[in-house]
Design a protein. Structure first.
Length: 164
């Protein structure tokens, strides 16, 4: 009789322990899903920034004047945008008047696939037409996600050349 009395209520304790383990497992799964969604959003922003940067370089390649070396280098310089860097993602200087650059900068900030938290002073295009620069184009795209504490940056460099 004594062993039966000791067993009474043990099933309830076992059920409560099993329920506790189940709830802890579900909470862990919910947290993992949240982390996964944040990582997916970050990956999407990084992918978009790469697309924006490489698209701009391709537009420069297509639009550059290839009639002569001087015309080519002058046309490349027209794409330079906010050439001064005051911090890793805050740029100043002369904004480009080139229509392709202004449309690109607007798309980065507010286009259909815009980058969250980006602004006009967070996009830069550097053009190096010097003898040692070899017509190097460097496009830097910055943004700040909704839960980010720091700015994010993607820099894309390419050489643009023409046959004369």
């Amino acid at each position: 009789m004594k062993s039966e009395n000791r067993q009474k209520g043990m099933l309830l304790v076992e059920v409560l322990v099993a329920l506790l383990l189940f709830v802890v497992g579900i909470l862990g799964l919910v947290k993992a899903m949240g982390i996964s969604q944040k990582a997916m959003a970050d990956t999407a922003s990084r992918s978009e920034s790469s697309t924006f940067a490489s698209d701009m370089v391709q537009k420069i390649r297509v639009a550059a004047d290839t009639s002569s070396l001087a015309a080519f280098q002058t046309s490349l310089q027209s794409f330079q945008h906010l050439e001064i860097s005051t911090s890793p993602c805050i740029f100043s200087g002369t904004p480009s008047a080139n229509a392709l650059v202004t449309a690109w900068a607007t798309d980065v900030q507010s286009g259909p696939h815009h980058l969250p938290g980006s602004s006009a002073s967070m996009q830069q295009i550097l053009v190096d037409t010097s003898a040692t620069g070899f017509n190097k184009i460097t496009v830097t795209v910055c943004w700040k996600g909704p839960n980010d504490t720091q700015l994010r940056r993607n820099t894309y460099s390419a050489y643009v050349n023409a046959n004369f």
